[in-house]
Design a protein around this ligand. Structure first.
Ligand SMILES: Cc1cc2nc3c(=O)[nH]c(=O)nc-3n(C[C@H](O)[C@H](O)[C@H](O)COP(=O)(O)OP(=O)(O)OC[C@H]3O[C@@H](n4cnc5c(N)ncnc54)[C@H](O)[C@@H]3O)c2cc1C
Length: 448
């Protein structure tokens, strides 16, 4: 039997839900009213609810799955400001102030999540783990240096490892260099979501799971068994349908795969991470990422070019098997390690990897948070939308609505999709945003 036949297709975080209290709430039945309705309980919807829980407003949440059951609860739980756009890419694209603003968005998202976990003592395997970006080959070493330079320019600290120094932090001599920095964490994202659910329930937020919003009209949304009428609605949904918002056209997907190993022994961990556990990813275009969980299992993620932009879910274990074998070639001490479960997910994203957050111009009571790449970005954006619903004057709404505007510029316009196809237009726009695009920074006096 080949190795991949041994892995079963199952999200490990769902396995860890066994034994938790109240993992699912009943669906909405009947017609109800509230001040604020939040649709979607991923990282964004959760952050919006956390912001509103002490506002004195009557809040309802509708989630079609369980709390955190979509991308959030499938994710690898790396909490880092570094997402698909590295700091050097933000710096090139937006200049100093823009890079600082947007890195600050993701760093704030990390802080909100970690503060929530600590304040409410949420049992979700929070791991303090420095991150390590590993260069592969000459171009990877250049990527590492670009990141080191960008961090130095913005005054953010980091440690750089040359090729010969890398084995002091990771059990491999196949990498060409690395950069490490602090302020990053690992978390079980589904236990985080479920833990916050308890906090919200105790704060008197009404929560209905298995409640898919099928349509909405005016201030009322409809599920298969009921409806909610609300003064304000915040949609924090993924894979949006055109009947929910016309801005669904701006949301694209990238697929990634994860796998979890059997627990490692202490001596294996010392070989893998000689200087203590780190959360790692490499410089490949479709990068491999890995970290240790609190139960000493290795979580490994990655993908391949063929399936990253696939239209539908890919369920074969072959993709993950290839990623694991690649990692084992790079880190030989992992060769005997067995991986037991794997799963995949399609991450919502936009053409330039920056979220879209807006107040619907035709329905000004409806707010949308769409296409967030990364738990911290989603968290910031959900919190941001809720603050705007509360009319919080302290936040710099104007500036962030410009960064997150659906009308920002892209290299190829949407109409080209009818000629070239959605996937090609997305891939070109995506690469342009990552490697070439330069923008004016909102508030710089020359906004777009
Ligand atoms: C395999 C994988 C690994 C990842 N790893 C990481 C990582 O390590 N670190 C990181 O920062 N990010 C990671 N991500 C990305 C991250 O998970 C997402 O960017 C983030 O979770 C987005 O949060 P969200 O709240 O915007 O969306 P979601 O978590 O998708 O939440 C949206 C919610 O809305 C609900 N919903 C949708 N439509 C309706 C409707 N009509 N009615 C009611 N409810 C609805 C969905 O069920 C869902 O729960 C990963 C993603 C995947 C798939």
């Amino acid at each position: 039997m080949t190795r991949f036949d041994l892995m079963i297709l199952q999200d490990w975080w769902f396995t860890t839900l066994l034994g938790t209290r109240d993992p699912i709430r009943p669906p909405l039945k009947g017609d109800v009213k509230c001040d604020v309705l939040i649709v979607g309980a991923g990282a964004a919807g959760i952050a919006a609810a956390l912001r509103l829980v002490k506002s004195g407003k009557m809040v309802i949440m509708l989630e079609k799955n369980i709390f955190g059951g979509s991308s959030t609860g499938k994710s690898a739980g790396f909490l880092t400001p570094d997402s698909e756009l590295e700091l050097s890419q933000l710096l090139r694209k937006y200049g100093h102030q823009g890079a600082r603003d947007l890195w600050g968005v993701a760093a704030k998202g990390v802080d909100i999540m970690v503060d929530t976990i600590k304040t409410h003592k949420i049992d979700c395997d929070l791991q303090v783990q420095d991150c390590l970006f590993l260069g592969k080959g000459a171009s990877g070493w250049k990527d590492v240096q670009d990141e080191v330079d960008a961090r130095a320019k913005l005054g953010y600290s980091s440690t750089v490892y040359k090729e010969a120094e890398v084995p002091s932090v990771i059990g491999s001599n196949a990498y060409s260099g690395a950069i490490r920095y602090k302020g990053t964490y690992g978390v079980n994202p589904l236990l985080y979501a479920q833990g916050v659910k308890q906090v919200l329930l105790e704060g008197n937020i009404e929560i209905f799971e298995s409640s898919d919003v099928l349509s909405w009209k005016g201030n009322t949304v409809f599920t298969h068994l009921g409806s909610v009428t609300a003064e304000k609605i915040i949609f924090c949904i993924d894979k949006p349908k055109p009947n929910i918002t016309k801005f669904s056209r701006d949301v694209y997907h990238a697929q990634t795969f994860l796998s979890i190993s059997e627990p490692l022994g202490d001596s294996d961990i010392a070989k893998l991470f000689p200087d203590g556990p780190l959360q790692c990813w490499d410089s490949d275009l479709i990068y491999t990422y890995f970290r240790l969980t609190g139960t000493k299992r290795l979580l490994v993620g990655g993908g391949d070019l063929l399936t990253t932009y696939a239209k539908n879910d890919t369920t074969t274990p072959r993709v993950m098997d290839k990623v694991i074998n690649g990692l084992k070639e790079t880190i030989p001490s992992l060769k005997p390690l067995r991986f037991i479960q794997y799963w995949q997910g399609r991450i919502d994203m936009t053409r330039d990897l920056i979220p879209t957050v807006l107040v619907d111009p035709e329905h000004p009571w409806a707010h949308f948070v769409l296409g967030c790449v990364g738990l911290p970005w989603a968290t910031f954006c959900g919190d941001f939308a809720a603050r705007n619903v509360m009319d919080d004057r302290e936040i710099d709404s104007e500036k962030f609505y410009q960064y997150f505007s659906p009308n920002r510029s892209f290299f190829l316009p949407v109409w080209l999709e009818s000629i070239l196809g959605k996937r090609i237009v997305f891939t070109v726009n995506n690469a342009w945003a990552k490697y070439r695009q330069k923008e004016n920074t909102p508030g710089s006096g020359n906004p777009k």
